[in-house]
Design a protein around this ligand. Structure first.
Ligand code: ATP
Length: 324
């Protein structure tokens, strides 16, 4: 392994820069050349690359986003696009590729491996925490802290005006951000794709809390929770059923992807970067590096893509006890 390539792909997440810094420095440690590919698979198709050295990654350990830029690239979904990408890998004498991204990016990486027998390693970089084989994806912890800070501020307004706030957080297919942040901010209810909470039950819960003297409430809603309605429609329906509440909606949106990585994500990004390079050196390809019970682990990329992570049932139970 003389030259390692690295790219960031899909949605950005805090900690990607930290992982890049770690990869570049680990390559330097093992006297391996490191080539950065700019804008994910688009850069791989267009041969948009730059050689990275330890100075290239100065001062980025605490920066959000990714200095290599990220992209979604439809051309890479086609075999012709991947042939161009493979040519770039060959032109730059790259012997192994580290892909930092979500399950879509990993699917692309496995195709490079299957079609060209090319060594790849994945680092799970996504705030959604929806990747099998790791208890935490890179950026998840930071996103949770961002959501918690934002909702704490919304709560100030909710209390001052006796309001009921519906706060929508990211998570199209998974409720991890909603469940954990919802517990952390003391949400009245947490609505996630994995649980079919009925509007009727939500209305009853709010009625009961009003009876018990509660004057303001926060409902955390994952993007993916949709009983055929979006957060605004749910809020309208509740407003109609409970006219005594002043209902408001806040959609947190892209602030959840940004910001300086938390301590946890900085350490995780550094650990994952080191292990990714060392796995390529060891000839342990086609794997995703992750963390489980505090240990850095390797999972087959195909399993990481296909496997389903399950919502923590105990956290769900706890959140329901807290609603009492
Ligand atoms: P996020 O979790 O933030 O959405 P992601 O990695 O899942 O990240 P996607 O947009 O799904 O984001 O995928 C990123 C890129 O990976 C795509 O733009 C495409 O270039 C490549 N990719 C995704 N799916 C495939 C596929 N089936 N075949 C080849 N390449 C793919």
């Amino acid at each position: 392994m003389k030259t390692i390539g690295v790219l960031t792909s899909g949605g950005d997440s805090p900690g990607m820069n930290t992982a890049l810094r770690s990869i570049v420095r680990t390559c330097a440690h093992y006297k391996i050349k490191c080539v950065g590919i700019v804008r994910g698979y688009s850069g791989l198709i267009e041969d948009n690359t730059k050689v990275l050295n330890t100075r290239s990654v100065r001062g980025i350990i605490n920066e959000g986003g990714t200095f290599l830029y990220s992209a979604r690239c439809d051309e890479f979904r086609q075999a012709t696009g991947r042939e161009k990408a493979y040519k770039t890998l060959r032109n730059n004498n790259i012997d192994g590729l580290i892909v930092i991204g979500g399950d879509g990016s990993f699917t692309g990486a496995t195709k490079l491996e299957d079609e060209f027998n090319f060594p790849v390693i994945g680092i799970p970089g996504t705030i959604d925490n929806d990747i099998y084989g790791t208890s935490h994806t890179l950026g998840y912890d930071t996103a949770l802290n961002t959501v918690m800070d934002a909702i704490d501020k919304i709560r100030d307004s909710a209390i001052s005006h006796d309001r009921l706030f519906f706060v929508e957080v990211m998570g199209k297919d998974a409720g991890y951000i909603a469940l954990r942040s919802g517990i952390a901010i003391g949400a009245q209810e947490i609505l996630i794709p994995e649980v079919n909470t009925k509007i009727k039950d939500l209305t009853n819960s709010l009625k009961n809390s009003k009876k018990s003297g509660k004057t303001s409430s926060i409902i955390v809603v994952a993007e993916g929770y949709k009983p055929e309605k979006n957060v605004y429609q749910i809020a309208d329906e509740i407003q109609e059923k409970l006219p005594n509440y002043q209902v408001r909606v806040s959609v947190l949106g892209h602030i959840q992807r940004g910001g300086r990585p938390s301590c946890f994500d900085r350490v995780l990004g550094t650990q994952l970067g080191v292990r990714a390079v060392e796995s390529l050196i060891d000839g342990n390809y086609g794997k995703m590096v992750g963390i489980n019970n505090g240990k850095i682990t390797l999972t087959e990329l195909s399993k990481a893509i296909k496997g389903k992570t399950k919502i923590n049932k105990d956290l769900l139970r706890i959140s329901q006890i807290m609603n009492t």
